[in-house]
Design a binder for this molecule. Structure first.
Ligand code: ATP
Length: 358
C-alpha cells in the first residue's frame, strides 16, 4: 500500500501582502515539513517579520493563502483567529508579563487545561528548558538568556504544531547568544515541532536551520540547505550574505574571463558581457613565491592579521588593466606572511562564483 506523504506543517501559497502602498511580501511560496527548522534570512525590511505575522494570524494576507497541516487558515475569505491556530510564538523581546510569575507567564497560553494538568504541564516545560527552579520568580529577576528560555517554554506549553520565532537571540550579548542558541536548537529538535525562525544573521541561520529561505525586497531569492546556499549560491546577493567575499568585475573575452587570480570559463555568459567574480576569502591558499614582482597568479602581502582561529591576509595583485586589485585571503590557524612578500595563489574553484554584473 502506498504511504501518504505527511501534510506540510505550514505552507504559504502565492502570498502577497502590502501595508497601504508599501509592498512587504510578493508572491511567496514556502513550505515547512513536520519537525523542520526553517530560517527566513534577509536584510532589514525584506518582509521576514511580515511573513511570520501572516502565519501567526496577526495580519490577513492581501493575496494568496496560508495553510497549516493541510487546513487553510488565511486567504480567499478565510481568517482563522491566532489563538485557534495552535502556534507557539517567541518574539524578539520575549513579551513576558512583568507582573506575573514565571509559572503564570507559562500558564497564560494553556488556560483551558484543568488546574492540576496545567500545573504539571508548566513544570514539565520549564524543566525541559532548565528553568523549573524559577517558577515563583518574576521576569525582572532573570537574565536575558533565562527570559528567552521562559518565552520558549511558554511557546512549547500547548504542544504546538508550529513555532514562530522572530529574531529570538538578538537581545543577548554574543557570548550568551551562542550558548542559548545551542540549547534552543536541542530543545526544539527534541520537541519535534516545525519551526519558522526569522533572522538577519547568516551564521545564526546556518547554525539553526535545516533549510534557509533567503528573502530580498519581499521576494524569495533562493532556498535550500545551509550547505547548498553556501556552496551553490544562485546570485551574488546570496553569495555575499553568507560572509565577506572578494569581488572582481570583468568582461568576457574570447569565451573566458582572464583575471589576475586565474582564468574562468564564461559558461552561460557571452563575449562582451560584464560579469562579477565572487571569491570567498577561504578559497585561497598561499605559498611564498621566489619572484620579486607580482605576475599572474601572484599577490603582494599588504598586511597579515591573526584573528584567533584563522588569519586574514590583505593582498594586492596587479590587474590586467593595470589597476590594482585588493584581495582578502583567510587561512585556518596562524599564517602571517611578512608585509611586502610575494605569494603564489591557488584558488579552490568550488568557492568562486561567476554572476552577471548588477
Ligand atoms: P526587520 O529585519 O528590520 O525587522 P523585516 O525583514 O522583518 O525587517 P518587515 O518588518 O516585514 O521586514 O517589513 C517589510 C516592509 O513592510 C518594510 O518596507 C517595512 O517598512 C514595511 N512595514 C512593516 N510593517 C509595517 C506597518 N505596520 N505599516 C507600514 N509598513 C510596514
Amino acid at each position: 500500500m502506498q504511504q501518504e506523504s505527511p501534510l506540510p506543517a505550514l505552507e504559504y501559497r502565492s502570498v502577497s501582502h502590502r501595508y497601504g502602498e508599501t509592498p512587504a511580501i510578493k508572491e511567496i511560496n514556502i513550505s515547512l515539513a513536520e519537525g523542520e527548522v526553517v530560517c527566513l534570512l534577509g536584510p532589514s525590511g525584506c518582509g521576514k517579520t511580515t511573513a511570520l505575522r501572516l502565519a501567526a494570524g496577526l495580519e490577513a494576507p492581501e493575496k494568496g493563502s496560508i495553510w497549516l497541516h493541510g487546513e487553510k487558515v488565511a486567504g480567499e475569505g478565510v481568517m482563522t483567529a491566532p489563538e485557534a491556530r495552535n502556534i507557539g510564538l517567541v518574539f524578539q523581546d520575549y513579551a513576558l508579563f512583568p507582573h506575573l510569575t514565571i509559572a503564570d507567564n507559562v500558564a497564560f497560553g494553556i488556560k483551558d487545561l484543568a488546574n492540576g494538568d496545567r500545573k504539571d504541564r508548566i513544570h514539565e516545560v520549564l524543566k525541559q528548558v532548565g528553568m523549573d527552579q524559577y517558577e515563583d520568580s518574576y521576569p525582572h529577576m532573570l537574565s536575558g538568556g533565562q527570559q528567552q528560555r521562559v518565552a520558549l517554554a511558554r511557546a512549547l506549553a500547548r504542544n504546538p504544531n508550529l513555532i514562530l520565532m522572530d529574531e529570538p537571540f538578538s537581545g543577548l550579548d554574543a557570548r550568551l547568544r551562542d550558548e542559548v542558541r545551542d540549547r534552543t536548537l536541542h530543545i526544539l529538535k527534541k520537541a519535534g515541532s516545525a519551526v519558522l525562525m526569522v533572522t538577519h544573521d547568516a551564521e545564526e541561520a546556518m547554525y539553526m536551520a535545516d533549510r534557509i529561505v533567503v528573502m530580498r525586497d519581499g521576494l524569495v531569492i533562493q532556498s535550500g540547505t545551509p550547505e547548498e546556499l553556501y556552496t551553490q549560491p544562485t546570485n551574488a546577493f546570496v553569495a555575499e550574505f553568507f560572509g565577506e567575499v572578494n569581488r572582481i568585475s570583468h568582461k568576457v573575452t574570447n569565451g573566458s574571463i582572464v583575471t589576475p587570480v586565474g582564468t574562468f570559463p564564461a559558461n552561460v555568459h557571452h563575449d562582451g558581457d560584464e560579469v562579477e567574480i565572487i571569491i570567498r576569502p577561504e578559497a585561497f591558499s598561499l605559498q611564498p613565491a621566489p619572484e620579486k614582482t607580482i605576475g599572474p597568479g601572484h599577490a603582494k602581502v599588504l598586511a597579515s592579521k591573526l584573528l584567533g582561529r584563522s588569519s586574514l591576509i590583505h593582498m594586492c595583485t596587479c590587474e590586467t588593466t593595470g589597476e590594482e586589485l585588493h584581495l582578502h585571503a583567510r587561512i585556518a590557524g596562524r599564517f602571517l606572511p611578512e608585509e611586502g612578500s610575494i605569494m603564489s595563489l591557488k584558488l579552490d574553484r568550488q568557492q568562486a562564483f561567476v554572476f552577471p554584473r548588477t
